[in-house]
Design a protein around this ligand. Structure first.
Ligand SMILES: Cc1cc2nc3c(=O)[nH]c(=O)nc-3n(C[C@H](O)[C@H](O)[C@H](O)COP(=O)(O)OP(=O)(O)OC[C@H]3O[C@@H](n4cnc5c(N)ncnc54)[C@H](O)[C@@H]3O)c2cc1C
Length: 354
């Protein structure tokens, strides 16, 4: 442990328990950021390292074996709410576990995020890729967030429009990547007259199977958990970071040409110009589903999920992802874009296009 700029930095800190791929990674320097008071000295501390990484729950990152820089682990715990008519305004700290936030909302009868149950990670990372599942996206409940700008050393507030939340995307993956630390945010949930989103066919049929005609918040929450547990691997048992690639959105003309060739291809018409194709289907058609090479492979129930069966290194995973990406591009002419944040991509860009 070293004290630098009044901040306690751990040297050569293991990150195995801080990433859901279970990679045996080590951070040259590690700082647990548990209070806003630490932020003032942070820009100076960061300047003394060649590189730095903001880390939440590590469920959407692929870490190198050794991270030669400072890892800033956001652990700001804060949760409060106030009523505003039939709405509930919730203030949540960046370090609060996302599923615990959802569980708390459900226990209190607050609606809006029950479809987003069991998504791993911390609340501060939810806006980064505008997390989404079962017909609901983070942006549906988001009001604004507060972030500490590491370049100016000041707090800033970003509203919905400024965050540019889109499908697995936001300003924080682009112009503001690595420039701000999201400390807390405000969400608008419903206190009564809830508007449930049952647009996702699988959720609707699951509720029907359970003979629930008029679901309550708790029913949707439980159903989402049951569906997810039946389909997705538990990172505590099989290392993974959820969907490795984004679902590609194709111009309608290109998608229609592919549909002529592959009429069985699942697709979702987004508008009259764009069609989304499930990346998992494309990967499955290339023969990767349930296939492993050594310690890494594609999950048997969902080919989009890359698995570390234990003991794999970052290079093994990136190499496998590169083979998947290449085969899909050769067969369908579609370049799959990684959803997972690959740390130090320049080390890997010869095998994986980004
Ligand atoms: C089994 C499984 C299922 C999943 N299912 C889904 C799903 O259904 N839908 C979905 O959208 N995602 C899903 N994911 C992906 C992942 O859970 C989400 O992206 C989650 O929001 C990542 O949170 P995290 O705290 O782990 O972020 P990390 O992996 O720690 O970080 C992700 C990125 O955000 C940045 N970051 C993190 N915290 C902050 C902060 N406070 N300020 C600024 N930058 C920050 C990091 O630098 C990094 O670039 C799944 C992952 C797993 C393992």
């Amino acid at each position: 442990m070293q004290t630098k700029n009044n901040l306690m930095v751990k040297v050569n800190h293991p990150l195995k328990n801080h990433n859901t791929f279970g990679l045996d990674s080590t951070a040259g320097g590690y700082l647990r950021l548990s209070s806003e008071g630490q932020l003032e000295s942070l820009p100076e501390l960061i300047a003394s390292y060649d590189d730095f990484l903001i880390l939440g729950g590590g469920s959407n990152v692929l870490l190198p074996d050794f991270y030669d820089g400072l890892v800033v682990h956001v652990d700001i715990q804060r949760l409060s709410h106030r009523m505003s008519g039939k709405d509930v305004l919730v203030n949540v700290g960046g370090g609060v576990n996302w599923h615990q936030l959802v569980s708390w909302a459900v226990e209190n009868g607050f609606g809006g995020i029950e479809n987003l149950a069991l998504i791993p990670g911390r609340s501060g990372a939810a806006p980064i890729q505008n997390i989404g599942a079962y017909g609901v996206e983070f942006k549906d409940v988001f009001i604004c967030l507060r972030a500490f700008n590491l370049e100016t050393g000041k707090f800033e507030v970003y509203d919905r429009e400024e965050c540019q939340l889109a499908y697995r995307d936001s300003i924080f993956k682009n112009e503001l990547k690595g420039k701000v630390i999201i400390t807390d945010m405000w969400l608008r949930l419903s206190g009564r007259d809830h508007q449930f989103n049952l647009s996702y066919g699988g959720l609707k049929s699951h509720l029907e199977k359970k003979k629930i005609g008029h679901p309550e918040i708790e029913d949707i929450f439980q159903s989402v958990i049951e569906i997810r547990m039946s389909k997705l691997p538990d990172p505590a048992e099989l290392g993974n970071a959820g969907s490795f690639f984004k679902n590609p959105v194709l111009p309608s003309r290109k998608a229609e040409a592919l549909l002529n060739e592959y009429p069985e291809m699942p697709h979702y018409v987004l508008d009259d110009q764009n069609i989304k194709i499930p990346a998992g289907w494309l990967i499955e058609q290339c023969g990767f589903k349930g296939k492993y090479s050594g310690k890494v492979g594609c999950y048997e129930k969902q080919a989009l999920v890359l698995i570390n069966r234990g003991g794999a290194g970052a290079v093994d995973l990136v190499t496998h992802a590169g083979s998947v990406q290449k085969k899909v591009e050769d067969k369908f002419g579609i370049l799959l874009e990684p959803e997972v944040n690959i740390i130090h991509p320049h080390l890997y860009d010869q095998v994986l296009k980004m």
